[in-house]
Design a protein around this ligand. Sequence first.
Ligand code: G3P
Length: 217
Amino acid sequence: MKFFVDTADVAAIAELNDLGMVDGVTTNPSLILKSGRDITEVTKEICDLVDGPVSAEVVATQADAMIAEGRKLAEIAENITVKLPLTWDGLKACKTLTDEGKMVNVTLCFSANQALLAAKAGASFISPFIGRLDDLNVDGMELIEDIRTIYDNYGYETEILAASIRTVNHMKEAALIGADVATAPPGVIKQMANHVLTDKGLAAFLSDWEKTGQKIL
Ligand code: G3P
C-alpha cells in the first residue's frame, strides 16, 4: 500500500520523506488554512520535495471554473494531481482534465456508486472518507471493501485512496482490504511504529545491559 501524507506541513512531510515513507501528498483547503501558507507557494515547495503525486484541490463549484482552476494548479509542477469534489460538475471537470492527461483525485466520496462514477469519468484516484463515515456510526471500511470489489469486478484502474484516516487501525484495515493508497496525517503514520511491548521489552534489555557493565562503542 502506498502512503500519502495528508498535510501541507512541509517540515512534517520532509521528515517522513527522508525515511522513504512518502509516496505522495494530499492537501485540501482546510489543510492549506492550517498551514497558514499561500497555496501556490506551499504546494510548489511540497512538489519539489516529493517525487509522487501531490493533490491540490480546486474551490470552484461549476465545471468550467473547476477546469480553469485545475489547469492553473497543474501548472505548479508535473506531479500535481488536481483534486475535485465528487459532484456532477466535479465529474465533468474530471473527464475533461483526465482527457488532457492530468492526474485527478476525486474527493469527498461517501458511497460505492459515487466511486463507480469517478472511475467511469477517468479519475486517477478516488478518495473515500473513512473517518467521517465512522463519525456517523457507519463503517467506513465497508465502503473501501465495496469499492475494491466493484473496481476489481470490472478492472477499473482508478486507485482507491483511503482518506480521512484517523487511527493506526484504519491503516491496517485499509492495507488488509487492499486499498491502493492510504493518506494519513503525519502523526498517524509515526504512531504505527509504537507498541507497548516494544517499549517494555526495550526497557528490560537496557536494564540488563547496564548490569553487564559492558559498552559496544
Ligand atoms: O484526506 C481527507 C482528510 O483531510 C479529511 O480528514 O479527519 O478531516 O475527516 P478528516
